[in-house]
Ligand binder design. Structure first.
Ligand SMILES: Nc1ncnc2c1ncn2[C@@H]1O[C@H](COP(=O)(O)OP(=O)(O)O)[C@@H](O)[C@H]1O
Ligand SMILES: [Mg+2]
Length: 269
């Protein structure tokens, strides 16, 4: 089982689009997928056709101890893909969490007993490094960072990486950045390619080979409540996210070998 948070403290870089469509493509490859929306904007939930204004229970209730995992889980029209939805009320949680004991591990504790049913758990984070994102980082082993292939892509990156280091030291020793997703790539501009080269210099082999092209169909699909694979199976966006899912699946063997080594070393030491 892999648990992955999709983070970047900037908004509009492709977090939700990547979470939704990567999730759908992994489910399309026979993986059991749990999507967790921990952004109060609830874009991921809307992307899967959830009516967030009619929700009785959401991740907010799960984190406040007012509902259990089964009580907030939603099915979707994608086979093998389930979702813990969000709603605007979650924006209040950031403040309510401050006074709680173990405030960084509330999500982790709330989902711990239910994860064994899934091959992939993807957490779509808000555009900040606040308590909600920290809860996501405490609950996962891996981080994917979507980056827009535009001029300011790496701006703010040192702050993000420092935060990841701190979480690793203090809350979650196993946390690793295992994937950088280049998003909104525009093959017609030199700038896109130049920025992609910069991103590769910075993150080296952690950058996925698949760059997600700019594709208007990707921007349209959320308003129909469907991932791109359903909305337009022929779109460039569908091809890109399927290719990305194949790369993610190709990581499985390497990662499980690394984890086995880690365990053996831990047992030895
Ligand atoms: N590859 C792409 N091509 C075109 N539009 C995109 C692409 N990726 C994302 N978008 C659009 O850009 C906006 C921001 O993307 P989103 O995934 O919501 O970013 P974030 O979750 O990081 O805020 C959305 O309107 C989305 O539909
Ligand atoms: Mg988003």
């Amino acid at each position: 089982m892999r648990t992955i948070a999709i983070i970047n403290q900037k908004g509009g870089v492709g977090k939700t689009t990547s979470a939704a469509n990567l999730g759908a493509c992994l489910a399309g490859k026979e993986r059991k997928v749990l999507m967790i929306d921990i952004d109060p904007q609830a874009n991921l939930s809307v992307h899967f056709g959830i009516n967030i204004h009619d929700l009785e229970r959401s991740i907010y209730h799960l984190m406040m101890g007012e509902a259990d995992f089964a009580g907030v889980l939603c099915s979707t029209e994608i086979d093998g893909l389930e979702l813990v939805p969000s709603e605007i009320a979650l924006s209040g949680a950031e403040i309510q969490l401050v006074g709680m004991v173990g405030r960084e591990t509330i999500l982790k504790d709330a989902i711990a007993d239910s994860l064994h049913r899934y091959d992939y758990v993807l957490v779509d984070c808000p555009p900040s490094l606040g308590l909600l994102t920290l809860n996501a980082l405490a609950a996962v082993r891996e981080i994917f960072i979507p980056l827009q292939t535009e001029f300011f892509a790496l701006e703010g990156m040192s702050h993000l990486l420092n935060t990841v280091d701190l979480v690793k030291k203090r809350i979650n020793r196993q946390l690793e950045i295992t994937g950088i997703i280049p998003c909104m790539f525009d093959a017609r501009t030199k700038l896109s390619q130049a920025v992609l080269d910069k991103i590769k210099q910075y993150f080296e082999d952690r950058v996925f080979n698949t760059a997600i092209h700019k594709n208007v169909r990707l921007a349209e699909s959320p308003s129909y409540g469907k991932p791109i694979t359903v909305y337009d199976p022929e779109a460039q966006g569908t091809k890109d996210y399927i290719a990305l899912a194949e790369e993610v699946i190709a990581q499985e063997e390497r990662l499980s070998a690394a984890q086995t080594n880690e365990q053996m070393e831990a047992n030895d030491g």
